[in-house]
Design a protein around this ligand. Structure first.
Ligand SMILES: [Zn+2]
Length: 268
């Protein structure tokens, strides 16, 4: 079964990349639905796709990711009101993220878990940025993906369950303490739950690395935004956590190996 993936990648690399990109666009289209409907507590499966302004039900050819938006020139075919550029942007962002996952992780069953993870993180980052909330359903989804990932890992290595559990509890505990000490000003409860899922996916070392990356990105980008765009001090940490999490998941092992090789080896 695992060989089949390797053979496909060796014989038809362009087809694999094209498939990943197109499938990424389609899932990106679904992510748009999640981004708009989850904060409103609307169903993400039952309500058919419709124009936000005139409620016109969309035809199948108006639902093709990215291309429909270009073909309709960003306007509804019924009422001519503008369709937000966020739709094609999220679709493209998700497809590009999936290509990065394929490039970093290779074509394997595990790749689909990483794809599911970065897509969920994309949705979390945008919802947290807009509403300053991280919905529980999305955290639960991340945790489910993390458990599946630990199962896949446990076939490949031994004794990884302990590492996954330790990662989850340590990261959750660190964030819980920050939440407790700052009396909820620095973080929200959603961040703590998300960090439990993060730690569980990554294990302890890459988990700590992800917090470090998130803090680094958060402070650099937020200070730059405060200076350039004069935004307030209040920071939605979710987008940075999501970015730190994704970077550590994809390249954590390489970054840690490089760090230990460069700095720890020298000190002996
Ligand atoms: Zn319309």
């Amino acid at each position: 079964m695992f060989d089949m993936f390797e053979i496909l990648m060796e014989d038809y690399p362009i087809a694999v990349y094209a498939f990943t990109f197109i499938f990424g666009l389609c899932v990106g289209s679904f992510l748009n639905v999640c981004i708009y409907r989850i904060p409103e507590n609307q169903s993400i499966v039952v309500v058919p796709s419709h124009c936000m302004t005139c409620n016109k039900k969309l035809h199948w050819y108006e639902l093709i990711p990215l291309f429909s938006w270009i073909f309709l020139r960003g306007k509804c075919s019924g009422c001519k009101s503008k369709i937000s550029a966020q739709y094609p942007l999220i679709e493209t962002a998700n497809a590009v993220l999936w290509l990065i996952v394929l490039w970093a992780k290779g074509f394997s069953p595990d790749m689909f878990l990483y794809c599911a993870l970065v897509s969920a993180l994309l949705v979390i980052a945008i919802i947290d940025y807009r509403t300053k909330e991280i919905p529980n359903g999305l955290v639960a989804f991340c945790l489910a993906v993390s458990v599946l990932h630990a199962v896949v890992d446990s076939f490949a290595y031994t004794e990884t369950w302990l590492d996954h559990l330790l990662g989850g509890f340590v990261l959750g505990l660190i964030f819980f303490l920050v939440l407790f000490i700052s009396e909820g000003r620095a973080l929200g409860g959603g961040d703590v739950k998300l960090m439990f899922a993060v730690g569980f996916f990554l294990g302890i070392k890459a988990g700590v690395l992800s917090i470090f990356i998130a803090c680094l990105l958060g402070s650099v980008i937020h200070i730059a935004l405060m200076k350039i765009k004069h935004i307030g001090r209040e920071l939605a940490f979710g987008p940075y956590l999501a970015a730190g999490y994704a970077i550590s998941a994809l390249w954590g092992q390489q970054i840690l190996a490089w760090y230990f090789d460069k700095f720890i080896a020298l000190s002996f």
